[in-house]
Structure formats: structure tokens, C-alpha cells
Design a binder for this molecule. Structure first.
Ligand code: ACM
Length: 513
């Protein structure tokens, strides 16, 4: 670290940070003073630091390292739900927050203030565990800082999802959006519909070469989670202050479900395969009562496993051709007083949205235009940045997920050695860093409805954990900075990232150079 830095090289950058001379040394004599309610933060700190440092950091009423909850710090203009204050001097460490989540965020800052070897999974003998003397007050700019991982196109084991969550938490990302179902795979077990995973969890092949090549590798793959694995993941993430938000796609992107249960479609007599192609599939759910019951049963199971207040039901890229040609769907549209079968899309989402709202949850959808979703929905705008303002002005809470700045499946450089990626222009580190979630021309009310931003990683062309990490880092560092810190200077970000890279290396992250 340069000798005369005025601010520590943290990612994301804290709201206010001052470095003073001197340091506090963590060693065998360091004990934790754990305030009432701070026990889970002490557990997390201990479990994160033990592998590399070997320190047990036991509790003691007069411990020099204090973790303190003080609800009075939370009010208006204060630390809120996730903010924290951190003071380190040569004699002690004081981490304070109004809520437990704030302590969890502060612990990630403490990890980053230590030498990078502290993040290693194996004992690092001979390192002195020095923390620089600092005063930090840190409050996030946006309450929603997410990362979506598509485990429908390529299944990943839950052990990898836990590692992914660990890395999100390091960057103060607070929503892990798990894309569990799609045309190419269904990963969520549903007791009443076992074939969803037995049949829908496996596909016969994947596309090879550039997208649209129409050649296939002939290699079957698949997988599904158990309920216990998903519940365990939810608990693991919660202990790190990360909410797992599941996504169950409907009424489009359901080919895997239709392969398992053809009666849910518009042609019950037709046998479909779990899709092996990439793109928008024109087979969609039917709109008969059995289908609505199916969706509610699936979502009942989802609500049992995932306490997240927000539940994502996809909603995008739903061709309406099948409904237009189906007498049953046309009858349904007429019976519901809809002007045409196309309007069944909004009707369907409204029905399911109402169901979730009645159960105390908030439905989330991908926005096709920013103007078509029922009012209760939280909207993820991905096609066009203008949709963010349109949706916010209509009163929707909005998460900005503009594909040209947040889709990590696009290549991050045009260098010839880059692995095959989603076709399209490069999304480089700088475009992620420059992405402003709040539109410039938003009035205060619309701006207040923008919850934040999140990264997306679609995995049709991404099969291995190493490839997922390569695409995620360091671009997610840039998104985390933007979401937590607001706009930061590019040169400032780059210089912090240079030091942060040593942390990613200590964690064994397969990041892009
Ligand atoms: C999306 O890219 N299908 C939201």
C-alpha cells in the first residue's frame, strides 16, 4: 500500500474515510467485545478470519475489538439498515451500526483493510495482521445492489453458489438473484410436480460455436437442487447479509416445464423436448385454470423455501402466437373482457402478482417496455435505459439492469483470446463503472423509485465455475462501486481495483486480467 494514502483502497469506496498514522494489531491477545444482538456478526468475523490467520477471536467483556448495535444510529440521515461506522486506533477497534446488516457490511470492510493474505483459505504464517488506523462512516447510495446468476442454462452445484455468495458479500452486493427455471432447464424441486426436475432438469445437448450456428454438441447435462440445499443456501447468504431472490419464469421461458407436463401448454397432446437452442422460444404456458393452479403451487413451494420479500416471475420475451391461434386462449381473453389474446400477457402476470401480494410478497418482472406491467410490480429494466424512467414515472420501484452495462455474458474485451461469449458488442469494465442507475432527467419522485442496479450472467455459453468467475470479476467490482458508492472517478476506481486484485487473487478468484 502506498505510504501516504489519504483513503484506504476499498471496493466499494466508503462514503467517508480518513486514514491516520499507526495501526491496530490483531493477534492471539485480541478479544471481541460483542454487544447485545451482535453475536451473528462476531460469528461471521471469526469464521472469515480463522482459516488464514488461525485466530479464534473469542469474546470478552473488556475485549479491545468491539461490535456494537445502537438503534439510535439508524434514523433519518443516519446509518440506516446497512450503514456502519468504524474507528480503528492503536488500542482498539469499534464497529457500530444501527442494524445487524450494517455490522455485516463493516466486517467486509475490516477484511479488506487487513493484508490481502487474510482472505486466503489456508493458514498464512509469518504475516502480521495489521489494521490501519481509520475513521470510516459508510452508507450505501442504493438499497438494491444485485447479481443474477442463471443456473437454468447450465446447472452449478450449491457449493459453488455459496462461494459466489461469499464473493458478493465481500463487495457489499445484497441481492443474489437466482434464475432457477427457463426453456433449457428447471432446477427447483416442487413436491407436487416431480417431473419438473426429473424431466425438465436435463437436456440432450447445447449449441456449439457462435450463437445461431445451429450445431449442437450432443452432450447431455442437467441437475437440480434439493429443498435442503436451497434452504441452506438461503441461511448461508442471510448470515452474510445477502438475500437470495429466486426467479421462476412465466408465462414464457417455460419449455422445460412443458417438456415435463405438456398439459400446461397450449397443445396438451404435443411432446416437447427441454430446449437445446438459445433465443426466444415460442412455446408458452396456456391460460386455463390448471396452469394458474400450477403456478400458485410452485410459488407456494418457493415461498416456503425463500423468505425474500421480492420474488421474480420473469415475464419477458413471451410470444403470444400460440394464444392467438388457440381457441381456448381466445375464449379466455374474451371471457376476461380483454381486447385481444396479446393482452393475456398482462392479465396472466396480474393474476400471479395479486397472488404474491396476498401472501405478503412483492412480485418482480423483467420489463419489455417499462409501460406494460400491473402496478404492484417491481420492474427490472434491461432493454433500453429509457424504460427506467418510464417505469419509475408510472410508479413502479425499478432496478436498472440495462444490458449494455450490466450483462456480464457479453465479452469484456475484443481481444482474440476471449472465450466465446454472447454475441453482441463488448461490455467492458469502464461501461459497467459508468452505468448510472438513476436517469439524468428523472425528477426527485421518479429518482426515488430507482432502487439500484444489478449485474446479469446468462450462462448458455458459460459452463464452468471458472468461466463464471472470469466473466464476473472484476466487472462486478465496478457495479458494486456504482451501487454502493454512487459515481466514483474512473482513475480512483482503477487505482483501488489494482490493490483489490490482490484480494481476489488471495481468494483464488479466476478473474479477467
Ligand atoms: C432477459 O435478458 N431475457 C431479461
Amino acid at each position: 500500500m502506498p505510504a501516504h494514502r489519504t483513503a484506504p483502497a476499498l471496493v466499494p469506496r466508503p462514503t467517508e474515510a480518513t486514514v491516520r498514522p499507526g495501526h491496530f494489531t490483531l493477534d492471539r491477545s485480541t478479544a471481541l467485545h460483542v454487544g447485545a444482538g451482535a453475536e451473528p456478526a462476531a460469528d461471521l468475523l471469526g469464521s472469515l478470519l480463522a482459516p488464514a490467520t488461525g485466530l479464534s477471536l473469542g469474546p470478552s467483556p473488556d475485549g479491545q475489538f468491539a461490535l456494537v448495535l445502537d438503534a439510535g444510529l439508524g434514523g433519518l440521515g443516519g446509518l440506516g439498515e446497512e450503514g456502519y461506522g468504524l474507528t480503528i486506533d492503536p488500542h482498539g477497534v469499534l464497529l457500530r451500526a444501527a442494524h445487524l446488516t450494517g455490522l455485516l457490511r463493516g466486517i467486509q470492510t475490516i477484511r479488506q483493510l487487513l493484508p490481502p493474505q487474510a482472505l486466503s483459505a489456508t493458514p498464512q504464517r509469518g504475516t502480521r495482521w495489521l489494521l490501519p488506523c481509520v475513521d470510516i462512516t459508510d452508507v450505501p447510495r442504493h438499497p438494491w445492489r444485485g447479481a443474477m446468476l442463471d443456473v437454468a442454462r447450465h446447472f452449478q452445484p450449491v457449493s459453488f453458489l455459496r462461494r459466489y455468495v461469499d464473493l458478493l458479500a465481500l463487495h457489499k452486493i445484497n441481492v443474489f438473484h437466482l434464475h432457477l427455471t427457463d426453456d433449457q432447464g428447471w432446477r427447483l424441486p416442487v413436491a407436487a410436480f416431480p417431473k419438473l426436475t426429473e424431466i425438465g432438469g436435463h437436456r440432450a445437448a447445447s449449441p456449439q460455436g457462435p450463437a445461431g450456428s445451429d450445431t449442437y454438441d450432443g452432450v447431455p447435462h442437467g441437475g437440480a437442487y434439493t429443498r435442503a440445499e436451497l434452504a441452506g443456501l438461503v441461511r448461508y447468504a442471510a448470515a452474510r447479509g445477502v438475500t437470495v431472490m429466486p426467479e421462476i419464469e412465466m408465462p414464457g421461458h417455460v419449455r422445460a416445464a412443458l417438456a415435463a407436463y405438456p398439459s400446461l401448454g397450449n397443445h396438451p397432446e404435443r411432446t416437447l423436448d427441454v430446449w437445446t437452442r438459445w433465443g426466444v422460444c415460442d412455446t408458452v404456458l396456456g391460460v386455463h385454470d390448471e396452469v394458474l393452479d400450477f403456478c400458485r403451487t410452485v410459488l407456494d413451494e418457493v415461498m416456503d423455501v425463500f423468505p425474500s420479500p421480492y420474488l421474480h416471475i420473469g415475464g419477458e420475451e413471451c410470444p403470444t402466437t400460440e394464444w392467438t391461434h388457440s381457441p381456448a386462449a381466445r375464449e379466455r381473453a374474451a371471457a376476461e373482457g380483454l381486447p385481444n389474446p396479446e393482452a393475456l400477457h398482462g392479465w396472466f402476470l396480474g393474476k400471479i402478482g395479486d397472488f404474491l401480494v396476498r401472501h405478503g410478497r412483492r412480485p418482480v418482472c423483467w420489463a419489455e417496455t417499462g409501460a406494460e406491467l400491473p402496478p404492484d410490480f417491481t420492474v427490472m429494466t434491461w432493454r433500453d435505459p429509457a424504460h427506467t424512467l418510464t417505469a419509475a414515472r408510472r410508479g413502479h420501484p425499478v432496478v436498472s439492469a440495462y444490458h449494455r452495462a450490466t450483462y456480464l455474458d457479453y465479452a469484456q474485451s475484443d481481444a482474440p483470446h476471449e472465450p466465446p461469449a454472447q454475441p453482441g458488442p463488448v461490455v467492458d469494465l469502464r461501461s459497467v463503472h459508468a452505468h448510472a442507475p438513476v436517469p439524468e432527467d428523472a425528477d426527485a419522485q421518479a429518482a426515488g423509485r430507482v432502487l439500484g442496479t444489478q449485474a446479469q450472467l446468462w450462462t448458455e455459453f458459460v459452463t464452468t465455475p471458472a468461466h463464471i468467475e472470469y466473466l464476473t470479476y472484476p466487472r462486478l467490482c465496478a457495479l458494486a462501486d456504482r451501487g454502493w458508492s454512487g459515481a466514483t472517478g474512473w482513475a480512483d476506481f482503477r487505482s483501488r481495483l489494482d490493490e483489490h486484485t490482490a484480494r481476489l487473487d488471495a481468494l483464488g478468484v479466476h478473474h479477467h486480467p
